[in-house]
Design a protein around this ligand. Structure first.
Ligand SMILES: CC(C)(COP(=O)(O)OP(=O)(O)OC[C@H]1O[C@@H](n2cnc3c(N)ncnc32)[C@H](O)[C@@H]1OP(=O)(O)O)[C@@H](O)C(=O)NCCC(=O)NCCS
Length: 161
């Protein structure tokens, strides 16, 4: 793959669907947070890998918000897309929807932002292709992700001192 050629977020977007089973729930019949996070990490990793076609690792997960509980038997739909790309890192946004299997009513259950870093054959960070947001929504996400990426970097630098 040509690593200097820009890609659009839709070229690497990933959507996945699960059903919440009893062993993935707590005593209240709702999802363990860790189960949802594992699914989030998985879809985000696939979007990052589809963007750069390289080995990727999770560097951080932040702004993880559990907005609504997910109940046993509900469908869980995960949507991941690349929001922003740095030199070797990529911010992936994930939205998790819960769907009632009978009524098909959907609502937003969880959101998260993850940073993945691409690695070369020596397991060192390596350059990823640029991102080219197309739609107004993609452009908005790109601008917001740029601010978050800068803020994360600044915070890491400050914490080092
Ligand atoms: C992620 C990792 C490769 C970064 O390595 P590093 O030597 O710190 O790399 P650098 O300082 O050169 O930074 C590389 C990029 O990662 C970004 N980065 C590093 N740490 C980060 C963090 N905690 N959060 C977000 N981004 C981070 C940097 O901003 C930089 O981005 P840029 O190239 O787009 O500007 C390394 O910390 C690592 O291997 N961590 C373990 C990963 C892992 O096991 N994940 C869980 C299982 S997949």
């Amino acid at each position: 793959m040509n690593q200097s050629e820009a890609k659009t977020p839709s070229q690497s977007a990933v959507e996945s669907r699960y059903i919440l089973m009893p062993h993935q729930a707590n005593q209240y019949g709702t999802a363990f947070g860790g189960v949802i996070v594992a699914w989030i990490d998985m879809v985000a990793a696939m979007a990052a890998q589809r963007h750069c076609a390289l080995e990727v690792v999770t560097a951080s997960i932040d702004s993880l918000h559990f907005k609504e509980p997910v109940y046993v038997g509900e469908h869980v739909i995960l949507k991941a897309c690349v929001n922003y790309v740095g030199r070797t890192s990529m911010e992936i946004g994930v939205r998790v929807l819960r769907e009632d299997p009978k009524s098909r009513k959907q609502s937003l259950a969880t959101t998260a932002h993850l940073t993945f870093v691409a690695l070369d054959e020596n397991k060192k960070p390596t350059v990823v292709p640029p991102i080219q947001p197309e739609t107004e929504e993609e452009k908005r996400r790109h601008e917001n992700a740029k601010l978050r990426t800068q803020a994360r970097k600044e915070l890491r630098e400050k914490m080092k001192r």
